[in-house]
Design a protein around this ligand. Sequence first.
Ligand code: 13P
Length: 254
Amino acid sequence: MGRKFFVGGNWKMNGDKESIDKIIDFLKAGPLDPNCDVVVGVPAPYLMYCRERLPENVGVAAQNCHKAAKGAFTGEIAAAMIKDCGCKWVILGHSERRNVFGETDELIGEKVAFALENGLHIIPCIGEKLEEREAGKTEEVCFKQLKAIADKVSDWSRVVLAYEPVWAIGTGKTATPEQAQETHAALRKWLSENVSRKIKRSETEVAENLRILYGGSVTAANCKELAKCADIDGSLVGGASLKPEFVEIINASQ
Ligand code: 13P
């Protein structure tokens, strides 16, 4: 059983109705590979706008959500609000949430637990910084971030993991297919040793079934080489997801 290819677009804090309409137009025109799941992470004010206009085969994600149902949390959005806007997905623990807004492994774990309990599909993100890679700590850092997430997952069928090395995000410095594959394989091994065995049911082998996306300066020019790697099941795309080349990235495994 192969893992279905998956491409996410993370628009980050970009776009207005005019530019979003253009993205919607190229996603509608496609054609999009029917063997690829597509989800776009849109700024919260546009969740409903995008859901109402995008075709059904393009999922819509929020880029964050809080760990509580509702209440006095100025500036936060709730899982129920995302669903009420017709959306099923949320990106959690993105490196910008971690490194710009100070989100900890613990908080991200709590958000993972809450979003899954409330019926959302999640794209949790992990990845090492440049100094951590240079210090030979890539696996140590990624496993620690992954453990904080894995400990809180109640339903792996609603999880798509993203590995995004921080040094590759928005820098134009993509990990080589070899670098990415090496880390993806290590993550899958960690999952098989720490999660699949714990569940002890072969049909729910988490490590074999979980899709692991690579993110960090993915473009139409490098997506095909990345897609060929055995443990890379798609990509999470920032800048290039705002441009028509995103369609080529979606179709990278064809
Ligand atoms: P870029 O593709 O712009 O490097 O961003 C990657 C990313 O952070 C996706 O979540």
